[in-house]
Design a protein around this ligand. Structure first.
Ligand code: ADP
Ligand code: UDP
Length: 237
């Protein structure tokens, strides 16, 4: 499948139309951004690592019965996906407190959250992705009741699958963000699941193995993503 026209250039990926009006090509660029796009850097190999990582994870999720955008890996840094009608909210599950929840609620980083907690955020950089609740989503018409329920159900199902997957590879899945969209009326997982959109800590040392390395200037960002991929058995060749 060939790229036709650029549809959207995001902070980390470029989206292209194809000859098939129901399929898109996602190009994973090396651009890495944080703080709503205020800190941006090019990191060698990141597009390739994230594209292959995302393909590996979405394949695991499909195998577990979670509907995703997944169609095919096209090249090192491009994937063919279903064109979803994206719902403009981010679904976040947290198993351990880190990031914004520590600042909002004044809790210590590392506090175990049992049961895991769930939050919705509006996807809007200009407003700094504010937290919203289900009433906002309904009142502003961002999604219907049954789609909200399905996004929550699938986000928790992803947790069941991935917590175990990362645990068996020596990592703690601290938190993650998912984006969903509609395809022929069905909610499907879109966008990406990579170390750019989740937090992963080494089980023994609690070293950060995700985008916090970039946010906090800890260095070895892509090398650490590659380490995560190697531990899971993702083929980066
Ligand atoms: P951002 O928009 O946050 O800067 P990206 O650089 O990752 O993020 O851009 C990718 C864009 O493509 C996002 O707006 C995302 O919602 C959208 N997108 C991801 N997957 C799909 C899909 N399968 N169908 C339609 N749009 C998608
Ligand atoms: N996240 C993301 N994109 C966003 C906001 C958050 O991928 O626009 C991810 C982030 O990497 C983390 C989780 O969602 O894994 C929770 O993020 P948090 O609310 O703690 O915000 P942060 O402090 O990371 O900005």
């Amino acid at each position: 499948m060939q790229k036709k026209a650029e549809l959207y250039r995001g902070k980390a990926k470029t989206v292209y139309t194809t000859e098939d009006e129901n399929r898109l090509i996602l190009h994973f660029r090396n651009d890495t951004s944080a703080f709503d796009g205020q800190k941006i850097e090019q990191l060698d190999r990141k597009g390739m690592v994230n594209n292959k990582f995302n393909h590996f994870i979405m394949t695991k999720l499909e195998e577990a019965g979670i509907p995703t955008q997944l169609e095919a890996l096209l090249s090192d840094d491009e994937a063919l996906v279903k064109k979803l009608d994206m719902i403009p909210v981010e679904c976040v599950v947290r198993n351990v407190a880190a990031g914004s929840i520590t600042r909002r609620l004044g809790v210590e980083e590392g506090l175990e959250l049992n049961p895991p907690t769930f939050e919705f955020f509006l996807k809007n950089d200009a407003l700094h992705d504010p937290m919203v609740n289900e009433y906002h989503i309904r009142s502003f018409g961002w999604a219907k009741d049954e789609d909200i329920a399905r996004m929550k159900e699938l986000t928790f199902k992803v947790n069941d699958v991935l917590k175990t997957l990362f645990d068996e590879a020596g990592m703690i899945l601290v938190d993650y963000k998912l984006e969903f969209g509609l395809f022929n009326g069905e909610i499907m997982l879109g966008d990406e699941f990579t170390p750019d959109g989740c937090r992963l800590w080494d089980k023994e040392t609690r070293n950060k193995m995700d985008k916090d390395r970039f946010r906090q200037g800890l260095g070895s960002v892509v090398e650490t993503y590659e380490e995560v991929a190697n531990r899971l058995g993702v083929n980066l060749a």
